[in-house]
Design a protein around this ligand. Structure first.
Ligand code: IYR
Length: 221
């Protein structure tokens, strides 16, 4: 097949000073983002979530196969079932499944098996990896770098939600198979994570953490 190429029209170059300013401003704004575990029950307009999902859907992916699916849950009854499923798994995790080293690493965060935010936040976005594609005719085809691609889309989503002025939490009860059942997703899809989305509670507390400096995370050669 011949490549199907069109001229690059969307690229914008900025003068160096503007480039510096933009790089600095986005860095400073992303540094303000914190994972939040206490949410207000204030509603969030659905269009905001839709726009953030469109941003996520613009992420690069292996062979542009876009191997992601996002299930947006606002129905209180479904949120409750997800909370129940997650808390059952988390109970196992905190009372036996997790090695002590893992529990020690989590201790500064103050997390436990109770996950009220799964009912309190207005939206749960369950991100699924489509392990393979299925055509309209039911033919299966391979996805490439599916995990990596969905990780990239999730990063875009988290940044878009932050940029819109909302808080989020990446939540990964393990194992997450119960989400397929509750949400009616096929065996071809694997839950990647739950993104909890909403306004932070007015008295929300967050762990007192810091980020590694550039010297620690990057090497220039
Ligand atoms: N899934 C558990 C444990 C947990 C694991 C990691 I890695 C974290 O960064 C935070 C929590 C929970 O949500 O409590």
């Amino acid at each position: 097949m011949n490549p199907n190429l069109v001229p690059l029209k969307s690229y914008r170059e900025y003068p160096p000073e503007e480039m510096r300013r933009r790089a600095r401003e986005l860095r400073a704004d992303l540094e303000r983002r914190r994972s939040v575990r206490q949410f207000a029950d204030r509603p969030v307009p659905r269009e905001i979530v839709e726009e953030c999902l469109r941003a996520a859907g613009s992420a690069p992916s292996g062979a542009n196969l876009q191997p992601w699916h996002f299930v947006v849950v606002s129905d209180p009854a479904v949120k409750r079932r997800i909370r129940e499923g997650a808390e059952a798994e988390e109970h196992e995790f905190y009372h036996g499944r997790a090695p002590q080293e893992w529990l020690d690493a989590l201790a500064p965060l103050g997390t436990d098996e109770h996950k009220p935010f799964l009912e309190e936040a207005p939206y749960l976005i369950i991100v699924f990896v489509r392990r393979y594609g299925v055509t309209a005719e039911g033919q299966q085809y391979k996805h490439y770098y599916a995990q990596e691609s969905v990780g990239l889309a999730t990063g875009f989503l988290i940044a878009a939600i932050h940029n819109a002025g909302l808080a989020s939490l990446t939540h990964t009860p393990s194992p997450m198979g119960f989400l397929n059942e509750i949400l009616g997703r096929p065996e071809s899809e694997r839950p990647f994570l739950i993104l909890v989305v909403g306004y932070p509670a007015s008295a929300a507390m967050v762990p007192d953490i810091s980020r590694k400096g550039l010297d620690e995370i990057a090497t220039f050669i």
